[in-house]
Design a protein around this ligand. Structure first.
Ligand code: SAM
Ligand code: NAG
Ligand code: NAG
Length: 248
C-alpha cells in the first residue's frame, strides 16, 4: 500500500517529468529545423565576413540572385532610357570622376582599364572620353562593343591584366570576398581599384549586401593598401574608396 505522501508525489512528479521530456524534444526539433535551414541557405557568406557588412537574406539560390539582377538589367524600357536620355548626363559625370583621378595620378591615358558592372557602358565611354582608350566594361548582360559578358564573382580575365578597375556595384555582390578577390587577382601589381559605395543609408532593392563603413573593404583588400577615402555625389553613392594592389 502506498502512503498518501507517495501518491501525492506521483501525481505531481509524473506530469512534471512528462513536461520536461516534451519540452526537450520540442527544443531538439526546433534546433534541427534552424540548422537545416542555415545549411541549405546558398546565400551564406563565401568566408567569414567582417562586421560592418551584411549580406541580405532572401536569395534562395545563386540563380535567384542572378535572376533578380537580370530582371532590371534586361528591362527593355530601361535599356532604352539608359542608352538615350540618360547617356550624356551620366558619361559627363563619370568623366569628371575619371579626370579627378587622372589629376591625382591614379589613372593615366595608358592605363588598361576595366569597369565592373558597367551595364550599358557609360563609365567606359567616359574613360575613353578622357583619353583612357584601352578600357572595357563587364556585366552579366553584354552591350557591345563597350561591355562584355562576365560575372564579377568569376571575372573572365587572366590574372594581372589591368592597371585600373572601377566599380560602383559593390553592393550587388552576393559574395563580397570573391568580388574583391577577383579584383586583386586581375589587377597588375601596383594597379589601382576605385570603388563608389554607399555608406550613409541602405542601397536599392537590387542590392545583395549593405555596407556600414569602409573597414570591411580594408579587411577584404588584403593584398592592397588603402590610398584614399573621400565623399562624393555619385548617382546615389556617397563615398569613393581607392586601393592600390601591393607591388610585391
Ligand atoms: C546599379 S547597376 C549599375 C550600372 C552602371 N555601373 C551605372 O552606374 O549605370 C548594377 C549593375 O550590376 C550588374 N551586376 C549585378 N550582379 C552582377 C554580377 N554578379 N556580375 C556582373 N555584373 C553584375 C547588373 O547587371 C547591373 O547592370
Ligand atoms: C521582372 O519581374 C517581373 C515580375 O516580378 C516580370 O513581370 C518581368 O517580366 C521581369 N522582367 C524581366 C526582364 O525578367
Ligand atoms: C590624354 O588623352 C587626352 C584625350 O585624348 C589628351 O587631351 C591628353 O593630352 C592626353 N594626356 C597625355 C598626358 O598624353
Amino acid at each position: 500500500m502506498k502512503t498518501d505522501l507517495q501518491k501525492l508525489t506521483l501525481i505531481i512528479i509524473k506530469p512534471f517529468i512528462l513536461f520536461i521530456l516534451l519540452s526537450l524534444s520540442l527544443f531538439a526539433f526546433i534546433s534541427f529545423q534552424t540548422t537545416g535551414q542555415s545549411l541549405s541557405k546558398p546565400a551564406a557568406p563565401d568566408a567569414a565576413l567582417p562586421s560592418d557588412i551584411k549580406i541580405r537574406p532572401g536569395y534562395s539560390s545563386y540563380d535567384a540572385y542572378l535572376n533578380r539582377q537580370l530582371n532590371k538589367t534586361l528591362n527593355p524600357k530601361l535599356r532604352q532610357i539608359w542608352t538615350t536620355r540618360d547617356w550624356d548626363r551620366k558619361v559627363t559625370k563619370f568623366a569628371q570622376f575619371f579626370d579627378d583621378l587622372k589629376r591625382r595620378d591614379l589613372l593615366f591615358n595608358a592605363s588598361k582599364s576595366l569597369c565592373i558592372g558597367a551595364r550599358v557602358g557609360q563609365e567606359v565611354a567616359a574613360l575613353k572620353r578622357v583619353g583612357v582608350e584601352n578600357s572595357v566594361g563587364m556585366d552579366l548582360v553584354p552591350y557591345p562593343p563597350l561591355v562584355i559578358k562576365g560575372d564579377f564573382h568569376h571575372q573572365p580575365f587572366d590574372s594581372e591584366t589591368f592597371d585600373f578597375e572601377f566599380s560602383n556595384v559593390f553592393d550587388h555582390a552576393l559574395y563580397p570576398w570573391k568580388f574583391v578577390g577577383e579584383i586583386e587577382r586581375t589587377l597588375k601589381r601596383g594597379g589601382v581599384c576605385v570603388l563608389h559605395v554607399l555608406l550613409s543609408r541602405r542601397a536599392d532593392k537590387y542590392s545583395a549586401n549593405d555596407l556600414y563603413s569602409v573597414k570591411p573593404l580594408e579587411e577584404m583588400f588584403k593584398n592592397s593598401e588603402l590610398v584614399e577615402v573621400r565623399s562624393i555625389d555619385g548617382f546615389g553613392l556617397d563615398t569613393e574608396v581607392v586601393f592600390r594592389k601591393n607591388k610585391n
